[in-house]
Design a protein around this ligand. Sequence first.
Ligand code: SIN
Length: 492
Amino acid sequence: MSGLPTHGVRDLIVVGAGGAGLYTALCAARDGARVTLISSRPLAEANSYWAQGGLAAAVADEDSPAAHLADTVAAGRDAVKLSAARVLTEGAPEIVADLTRLGVTFDADREGRLALGLEGGHRIRRVVHAGGAATGRRIVRQLSALAAEHPLIDVLEGTPVTAILTHDGRASGVELRGGERRLGTATVLATGGAAALWARTTNPRPAVGNGMLLAFRAGAALADIELMQFHPTAVVGTNGTSQADGFLVTEAIRGEGAILCNRAGERFVDELAPRDEVARAIHDELLRSRATSVALDMRGVDPGLFPNVVSHLRSVGIDPERELIPVAPAAHYMMGGIATDLTAASSVAGLYAVGECACTGLHGANRLASNSLTECFVFGRQAAHAALAEPALAAAAAAASVSTSTGPPPPLTQASREALWRDAGLQRTGEGLARLREDAHPLVRLIATAAITRTESRGAHKRDDFPERDPAWDHEHVVLTPGSAPAREHWA
Ligand code: SIN
């Protein structure tokens, strides 16, 4: 579509080509919009490509969206925005059906029904996978192929976005590296999370929250960015296996019976408790024993169910059929992000956010396993529908749009990553967070500000100086708006 004008009625800009961006683009194009899909990396290399988890969806006969909602709420520690979680759980089954129509083949059991996995915090098997732990890869490959050949989708690969453009108080498009501009009636950020800001992480290196900073600079509010979820079972690389460090061993393996043991070979936690509980139990066990890892024992699990995990572990010198896997928590998923409503709209008109870069509030203070891929699609569809109803750009917008760039952010240093792990890891103190507020990286400083504001412990956020959950903070969210003091907002 390079011959088409770069702006006009119902032109949509989508930034990010993971599951959320691809699906948003496809939904919008299906409704007749012209979409520019911009990815800083080649298609099919986005964060969701690496997602081992599946999609949580109430598709079993004995399941229901209400039961899925109840588990989401219980895991979220009295911080889940109910209306958002309802949109997710009610929309999830149709998403599985739509992805199937789009050519994604979900794993089936011997009778040909969807094979459903069990993960922490779910009281019932409800996680659909495609290719076992290769779900993200399969979905992203299929949607990338559809987007690449769609006549209404113009794909720009390897093209970083440097700023959001605004006109008359509305987002009017983006500026690309090199200065080129792309205008649209709506701009959707689907730029992924920020867990790679932390030194120990399961995420690929580019997941450092750049989209959150772009939105903040354009005036959008961020919410709950102090809430980083630590995945309990990331490999701890030793001398011989250091290239495995941070490799995620999917929770679905615990769902099939793998257990966690301490040095003495004793179990110390319910392996299928919600993720914050398991991660914290491991953290406490490591402090107590002064060990650097606990052991994940999957010797009793059928390796054929997780072929790519098993082959990756073997490739780095760990044979999970015979050996224990050394694991410890690592930064994995940001519950917070660009504050969005039920249509995925941010606080800036015309600017939307979907997936991990967004904060709908649906995850509360502790995301339920495999709700995040589902969120990418459910809210991607919401964003596409709402964005298509945005008013056309004013004729003057092409010439008069203003870049919100304040120059490139300082590069993320290893020192910042280590500071974040030390001072905003599984155990935090006011003193450490105050130190972090002086960090060179702007998003690290904002995370520290949000974490200082939440004067309690809840879900993934544990402060030694405020060790208890404070009921006065139930359903309260920390909102950071450019130019304003941090605020508390009650979300229902
Ligand atoms: C996992 O498979 O353990 C991770 C999936 C998720 O983060 O939901």
